[in-house]
Design a protein around this ligand. Sequence first.
Ligand code: MN
Length: 298
Amino acid sequence: MSDLLTGARGEVYGPRAVRLTDDLTVLRVLPQRERRTVGAWCFLDRYRADEQGPSGALDVWPHPHIGLQTVTWLFSGEVRHRDSLGNDQHIRPGELNLMTAGAGISHAETSMPRGVLHGLQFWIALPDRERLRAASFEHHASLPVVDLGGALARILIGELRGKASPASAFSPLVGMEISATRSGVVRVPLEPSFEYALLSTGSALAVNGARVDDVKLLYLGSRRERVEIEMESGALAFLFGGEPLHEPVLLWWNFVARTHEEMIAARNAWEHSGRFGIVAGFGDRRVPAPPLTMRLRP
Ligand code: MN
């Protein structure tokens, strides 16, 4: 269902609905069939509880990850993260939870009954030289803000105009929330060697004259020095990008790897060994791995 708008303006992609749990259906924005990665960014879900009927809670039991970083970002609501390293961290709007899975970690995420849950979860593929590193978790309650004139950019990871996020990055990339403080055109400087994409979230935007509706992704490509975003006061957008990833990356279930055999090994380890540790507080509750029946190829 992705619609493609080609040309100098960029390509616009629509999301697809994915049932994450019995209570929560998310909109998957990345990967797209025609667009697997943007820099090292390889996955993006948008969840919004008020579109789900009476429940709409996030209640994801312990599950494993390898080879990636998860980036959790909220526009409203509150989520509790618990992982196999013993971290137990609540996250609120404006804060960043960044989990580096590396060689392996397991975690669980539960929304708290505080405001309407609305947020994003990204995955960043770790480059080959870093993907087997030890797992770690970071919470950043304070992030740098750049005044763009008519909008504020909150820098989750990477840097803009010399203001750098404290979040750990393992390849050249950037991610920022842009919130308009007045209606008008916002100009964001870009790094020409990066490729970028922009997610509209909450309302429509116009980028370089092209309309981008809510939960649509505009792929901007690279070799641009800036992007001009027409925003209404209060509108939100998320801009992310990085150096194009020149490595074949496999995504399957919660894993980012390079070969089919690695996926089988990670799946078997979750099902039959203690490699991914224990997330306290869940007893026997865990997300079972689905069967891996097809041969995975990059
Ligand atoms: Mn997860």
